[in-house]
Design a protein. Structure first.
Length: 520
């Protein structure tokens, strides 16, 4: 173990510039449909209708439609369908989803100035993934071997006989295999073809969004809003990858990763009624990137349950800082009411996740004039090119309606379609010349497809109190790969091919949201 630690420290000492990997970045950049039960029950299609505190983060002008001060708090449950509890993670969890208030003040006969604050859980990471399949002469450890054999990174033996790679051009998984499994006492390399694999991962945590808003309206016809948001990232994931290598031989790679940090963004919006005598409204919104400053850490262990190799196990731990800038978002929405018994809304949002910007921390300095420390960064060009080829623009469509058979009772329905973020042929490329690759501690990835959400809700008012409930069912499928397929560069070296079929996985989620509101 001491020898392993020395090797790892030597390999990492030359790299002080750190960034992150595409698939982990994508997990941080996305958002869920969440907020008040009224907002969820209508599928979030309220960006032009407004008068719900959850529009503070989608179209800030929606806060300008409030005529009374109000406060809301929301909580509920989230349950994953067809999942088995793993590593202490449960498929059903309680969730605190939202709390906020709006202070509304009349500034004219038909004009108001509103101030608002809202917290909501923009991303719920709770998810358990299980996959198992046969492997036909392919394996995770073979992938490490053929990358070295094909010259993806250079392997050499140091003066003391340890195995190193030039210029940190290998990741943590390759490191563990080469130094704890693939070499024998003579320093010779070999690999094992696996019979099959089993994989389990449990993700947990959330991104909390804290939004501060100022908004108002002009003559009850034009509504304007501006929101400043602060994001709080708390992600934890633990996975176990198990390969059978024939007989009683096997190898297990266990990985634990945490990502924490904060970010901020600015959102602006406008809602207007093109016809003064009509309740029909059009909404337009824009959101800047969320500028994240994050820290990631991992603890990775390789257990070698075979008769070969220099070590029974190997382990690595690492922590580093990086920055991530999400893409701009643009939205347009429509909404109208019919009397006091029906409201209908629709919305569209566009965000190009191929423009995710992974940033390398290049150092910093002290500004004596302003008496403050500053950091300098640069774009990780290699990883950003990989992101551009792996991720794509996402189109989100939202529709919803609210029907009031009685002045106190409301029934709500909604639907969302979110187009796929991942390219069908995208893959985790461990050969990208980026620190995000060097410090990668897992080889699996999933190309998720489109998301469909169906929502229902109801509300009941009693004087100044309101009680709302909503149910959301979301469905998403994806193609899971335990490691990247590798095709040998030489036609006469077919034994270096390492091909594993993708496996269909699903994420079906049920959510119940309850909201208590009070207006004054």
């Amino acid at each position: 173990m001491k020898r392993l630690a020395v090797i790892f420290i030597s390999a990492c000492a030359a790299t002080s510039l750190l960034a992150q990997e595409t698939y982990e970045n994508a997990n941080i950049a996305t958002e869920d449909l969440n907020g008040t039960a009224r907002y969820v029950g209508m599928g979030g299609a309220m960006d032009a209708l407004g008068a719900d505190i959850s529009t503070i983060g989608t179209n800030p002008a929606g806060i300008g439609l409030f005529r009374h001060s109000t406060a809301n708090v929301s909580f509920g449950f989230v349950s994953q369908q067809d999942a088995a509890d793993f590593a202490g993670a449960n498929k059903t969890n309680m969730s605190f989803d939202q709390i906020g208030f709006v202070y509304s003040r009349r500034t004219g006969r038909s004009s108001f100035l509103n101030l608002a604050f809202n917290y909501h859980k923009s991303r719920n990471f709770d998810y358990i993934l299980s996959a198992a399949d046969a492997l036909n002469n392919a394996s995770q450890n073979k992938l490490s071997y053929v990358k070295g054999a094909e010259g993806v990174f250079n392997i050499y033996e140091s003066d003391n006989g340890t195995l190193l790679a030039d210029d940190n051009t290998f990741n943590q998984v390759d490191y563990l295999y080469y130094n704890a499994f693939l070499s024998d006492e003579n320093g010779d390399f070999y690999f094992n073809n696996a019979n099959g694999y089993m994989f389990n991962r449990a993700n947990s945590g959330y991104i909390g969004e804290y939004d501060f808003n100022i908004s108002g309206n002009i003559n009850d016809r034009v509504y304007l809003g501006l929101t400043f948001g602060i994001s709080d990232v708390n992600y934890s994931g633990y996975s176990e990858y198990f390969e059978t290598l024939g007989g009683t031989n096997s190898v297990t790679l266990a990985d634990e990763r945490r990502i924490t940090g904060t970010g901020f963004n600015v959102k602006a919006g406008i809602i207007f009624r093109p016809v003064e005598t009509s309740p029909f409204r059009i909404g337009v919104s824009v959101a800047t990137p969320t500028w994240y400053d994050l820290n990631t850490s991992n603890y990775t262990v390789l257990l070698n349950n075979t008769d070969w190799g220099m070590y029974d196990s190997g382990e690595i731990g690492e922590s580093y800082d990086f920055k991530l800038y999400t893409p701009w978002k643009f939205g347009v929405s429509l909404g109208t009411t019919f009397g006091n018994y029906l409201a209908v809304g629709a919305g569209y949002e566009y965000a190009d996740y191929g423009n995710l910007d992974s940033r390398i921390n290049t150092g910093g300095g002290y500004d004596w004039y302003y008496d403050e420390y500053y950091e300098t960064t640069s774009g990780d060009r290699a990883m950003n090119r990989h992101t551009e080829n792996t991720l794509k623009a996402v189109n989100t469509f939202k529709v919803g309606l609210e029907f009031k058979p009685d002045s106190k009772l409301a029934l709500r329905f909604g639907y969302n379609y979110v187009s796929p973020m991942y390219n069908e042929y995208g893959y985790k490329d461990g050969t990208v010349d980026s620190p995000g690759s060097y410090y990668s501690s897992s080889t699996d990835y999933t190309n998720w497809k489109a998301t469909n959400r169906i929502t229902f809700g109801l509300g009941y008012n009693v004087g100044k109190l309101s009680f709302d409930a909503a149910y959301q069912y979301s469905m998403q499928e994806g193609d899971f790969s335990p490691f990247t397929n590798y095709y040998a560069s030489e036609q006469d070296s077919p034994e270096y091919d390492n091909i594993c079929n993708a496996l269909n996985v699903k994420n079906k989620r049920h959510q119940l949201v309850l909201t208590l509101g009070y207006h004054f």
